[in-house]
Design a protein around this ligand. Structure first.
Ligand code: C2E
Ligand code: MG
Ligand code: MG
Ligand code: MG
Length: 297
């Protein structure tokens, strides 16, 4: 009887667990469907916003570029991270509208910054398949008058795996016009090295997983050092992502040839007004005093 009872309990438990699992799945599924529908409404109403994260030159400590990052503030659920809504946008095709919006806003915003500061924009795999990325970038630059060298495009290895031929052609054409091309999240994808050979990159952004342990783990530091060296050997500028502490910065400065730093230590992604102030502060001069500020939104 005791054994039967134990068996019964285990069964009941398993059943309850399975039930819970299915309810959770169902909730997740409905949540995702809801997000899909709401994202479409938000994009149509121009409801996404942008924040900008400064990228700093390690030696001069000046801002060299700001990365534009999309934000979605859901009326009911609050801030939905890009790691959730960008995949949804890619799945539904909304990404092309988002990319167009991000590109246009980022390029317009960059015109308010000093001449030596660029802006970078993330492009998805799906964009290479379904959107005329080349035409869109060229038209955006032409309409805004921003010089090509002040725009940088960030692509991940995933984008290149999925759309290698289209991406190679488009990125080569854009690079030839002076637009910067960065390989984003380097070291987290597959067969990274073959892309470095074939594609027209100007910059390598080393993923923050290489940076996180450099202070306490000598092996992590060796890896980072060599990944950076690899980029330098093929004449790329190298950015370290995810620099959060002074200790990490000191180690990077002393032991690697990293050119640029991006991370919470120098600035979290900020709304455009705040990033303009941060640029001012890091430059130590008010460029607005010398340059009339053109307002865009
Ligand atoms: P990413 O392009 O690698 O962007 C950098 C991400 O790292 C950002 O996350 C940024 O907030 C975060 N980050 C920066 N410094 C630090 C740090 O010191 N510590 C930590 N822990 N994180 C740091 P975010 O904004 O959540 O974006 C995540 C990803 O979503 C981006 O990664 C990018 O792949 C994608 N994404 C964001 N906006 C867009 C967009 O407009 N279009 C496309 N296609 N993808 C986007
Ligand atoms: Mg990026
Ligand atoms: Mg990145
Ligand atoms: Mg990253």
């Amino acid at each position: 009887v005791k054994a039967d009872l134990a068996l019964y309990k285990a069964k009941a438990n398993g059943k309850a667990q399975a039930q819970l699992f299915h309810e959770q799945m169902d909730t997740d599924y409905r949540y995702r469907q809801r997000l899909k529908a709401d994202l479409a409404v938000c994009v149509a109403a121009n409801g996404l916003t942008l924040v900008y994260q400064p990228i700093i030159d390690l030696r001069t400590r000046r801002v060299v570029c700001c990365e534009a990052l999309a934000r979605w503030n859901h009326p009911e659920f609050g801030a939905i991270p890009p790691s959730v809504f960008i995949p949804i946008a890619e799945e539904t095709g909304l990404i092309s509208d988002i990319t167009r919006f991000v590109l246009a806003s980022a390029v317009a915003e960059c015109r308010n910054w000093p001449d030596d500061i660029a802006v970078s924009v993330n492009i998805s795999a799906r964009d290479f398949r379904h959107t005329d990325v080349k035409g869109m970038v060229e038209a955006t630059l032409r309409d805004s008058g921003l010089p090509a060298h002040r725009l940088e495009i960030e692509v991940t290895e995933t984008a290149l795996i999925e759309e290698r031929d289209a991406a190679t052609k488009i990125l080569s054409a854009l690079q030839a016009q002076g637009i910067g091309i960065a390989l984003d999240d380097f070291g987290t994808g597959y067969s990274s090295l073959s892309y470095l050979q074939a594609l027209p990159f100007t910059k390598l952004k080393v993923d923050r997983s290489f940076v996180v342990d450099v202070v306490h783990n000598p092996r992590a530091l060796k890896l980072l050092k060599n990944v950076v060296q690899l980029g330098k050997d093929i004449d790329l500028k190298v950015t370290a992502e995810g620099v959060e502490t002074e200790e990490q910065l000191a180690v990077l400065a002393a032991h690697t040839k990293v050119d640029h730093i991006q991370g919470y230590l120098f600035g979290i992604p900020l709304p455009r007004r705040d990033v303009a102030e941060l640029i001012d502060r890091l430059a130590g001069v008010s460029y607005r005093a010398q340059q009339p500020r053109k307002l865009v939104n």
